[in-house]
Design a protein around this ligand. Structure first.
Ligand code: TYD
Length: 211
């Protein structure tokens, strides 16, 4: 598989993830690296359509958790095979706003265990895991205050206990996969956080890939 470095950024809605993805991509480009930035679900035509479908609060009957999972996986399979894998093969640093850990945390919080979720990834050819996953950790009430100005999408509209379970899931992922998932406390100022993230990414790139 290609020689590029694959970084994913994870967190609750309102954790400041997208800002950090954009600051990190600027820093990597300023360093002279070739960078491909993607968002999951999204980036591809298919993925953006699936994203609109999944986030629309007016979708009708409650979405079955397996239907939800398979739609996220469909978007990810398209994203990986169409964009991420070719970019890694060209030696790009790939930066993804969310990736498989979102499924493990959010669909895991629907009561689906990680084993079948990981197996689904394998079946879809998605067993190239990120080299580094930065989980931006922030308490649920803080995250909700940060995004209170926007109209909640279908997932954001879930009740607080759901988001608490998502957060616990992320923290558990960091314990389970310590070589890959790093918890970054994310309550501070965006610029300071960006500096910490740059240091983590540079350090890990120097060490080479995690297993
Ligand atoms: P997000 O990417 O954070 O976009 P925005 O910043 O526009 O809100 O939103 C995507 C939502 O989808 C978020 O609530 C998390 C959820 N999600 C899952 O439930 N499972 C997944 O596998 C992924 C990638 C996202």
């Amino acid at each position: 598989m290609g020689s590029g470095f694959f970084v994913t950024v994870e967190g609750l809605d309102g954790s400041g993830k997208s800002t950090q993805v954009s600051l990190l991509s600027e820093a990597l480009r300023a360093d002279g690296q070739l960078v491909t930035v993607v968002r999951d679900p999204g980036t591809t035509e298919l993925g953006e359509r699936v994203r609109r479908l999944l986030l629309n609060p007016g979708i009708g009957a409650p979405v079955n958790r397996w239907a939800e999972t398979c739609l996220f996986l469909a978007a990810r399979a398209q994203l990986f095979h169409q964009v991420i894998q070719p970019a890694l093969e060209l030696g790009h640093t790939v930066l993804s706003d969310r990736y498989l850990d979102s499924t493990l945390a959010y669909q895991g919080a629907r009561g689906i265990s990680w084993k079948p979720l990981l197996e689904l990834h394998r079946l879809c050819g998605l067993d190239r895991f990120p080299d580094l996953t930065l989980y931006l950790d922030i308490p649920v009430d803080r995250a909700q205050r940060r995004r209170s100005a926007t109209i909640p999408d279908r997932l954001e509209a879930e009740a607080v206990p759901y988001h608490e379970t998502v957060r616990s899931g992320y923290l558990e992922l960091a314990r389970r996969f310590p070589a890959r998932v790093t918890v970054v406390p994310a309550e501070g100022r965006a610029e300071e956080l960006a500096g910490e993230i740059r240091a983590l990414v540079w350090e890990r790139m120097a060490e080479g890939r995690a297993i």
